[in-house]
Write a protein that binds this ligand. Structure first.
Ligand code: ZN
Length: 316
């Protein structure tokens, strides 16, 4: 049996200011805050999840905002650009919207597509691209109507320190197909219709440094727990040293660092973000795993308050 991932499950990054993070991803980009929880390994730090109306796999972008944390450097061993897909014909809407919020953008092209490049307030490198495929978001917020909303990930541009090794994992472990090569980049495609186009540099990129403004890891989709077990075995057989399976409440996770330096995770599509709160009020309450519930008061006191708010523009 050949294992093939459907594509990206989620992408997780380090940032500094929690409210600035919410203002940018919900207020400017119009994503839904689908989960407000804490870093299960560091309960003094939020873990914020944004996505489409329900944070479907392939749409979930997540952050650990730690005020005053060390600033990183984007480079090899990381996701270089996180790519968001928007419906065909909406790139100029996004160009004017970002301009209205004082976010500088530039157009760039590869593989016959136009990308709008910009940075988030912490310096994370982002792109928006039009794509026909992939279900439209049903979420509309703060001046982004659902028919123009970000659908989820278009994919990612990976910066590898050993691209041959990374490409080998993309192809022979994750089951992605190489489909094109151009200007020092190779394009791969995963089986799904969202978060499915992965570009990678063909020549090594020098090491970056982890910290605020960089991606911590990229997670790939497993269908369910049974599929997840098979993935873990396959990763282990490929000599990549996966961690044990970890319960992340909304999915199960296995991590491994591929030899190009990038931290990969494989995460289950199930159970999803509505497992512990109703769809209507996703992201409104601070959700804690059972084992932290008895410390709720202390945990809440240690976190800066945040709110999802509609912004008028001209924010800096
Ligand atoms: Zn993850």
């Amino acid at each position: 049996m050949t294992q093939k991932t459907a594509g990206i499950h989620h992408i997780t990054s380090f940032v500094r200011d929690p409210q600035g993070n919410v203002d940018f991803y919900a207020g400017v980009l119009g994503l839904r805050l689908v989960k407000k929880t804490i870093n299960f390994d560091a309960p003094e730090v939020y873990h914020l999840y944004f996505g489409n109306q329900i944070g479907s796999p392939g749409t979930a972008v997540t952050f650990f905002p730690a005020p005053g944390s060390r600033v990183g450097k984007v480079g090899g061993g990381q996701v270089g650009y996180t790519v968001y897909a928007v419906p065909a014909g909406t790139l100029s809407f996004w160009e004017s919207r970002l301009a209205k919020f004082g976010v500088p953008t530039e157009r760039s092209s590869r593989f016959g597509e136009t990308f709008l490049r910009f940075k988030d307030p912490d310096g994370l490198q982002l792109e928006i691209v039009e794509r026909e495929e992939g279900p439209k978001s049903e979420w509309s917020f703060g001046g982004v109507p659902a028919d123009k909303a970000i659908k989820g990930f278009g994919g990612a541009l990976l910066y590898s320190i050993a691209p041959d090794k990374t490409m080998n994992v993309l192809r022979h472990v994750l089951g992605l197909e190489p489909i094109a090569e151009e200007d020092g980049l190779v394009r791969f495609r995963a089986a799904g219709d969202i978060g499915n186009v992965i570009d990678i540099n063909a020549q090594p990129v020098p090491w970056g440094a982890g910290g605020a403004g960089t991606v911590h890891h990229i997670a790939w989709r497993a269908k369910d727990d049974e599929d997840h077990e098979r993935w873990r075995e396959l990763v282990a057989r490929s000599g990549l040293q996966p961690t044990p399976i970890v319960d992340r409440q909304y999915f199960h996770a296995v991590y491994f660092r591929e030899q190009g330096g990038i931290l990969f995770e494989i995460a289950t599509d199930t159970p999803g973000f509505d497992v512990d709160e109703p769809f209507e009020s996703l992201g409104e309450k601070l959700m804690l795993p059972e084992w932290y519930e008895k410390h709720r008061e202390l945990i809440e006191r240690n976190l800066l308050p945040i709110e999802v708010r509609s912004l008028e523009g001209e924010r800096k």
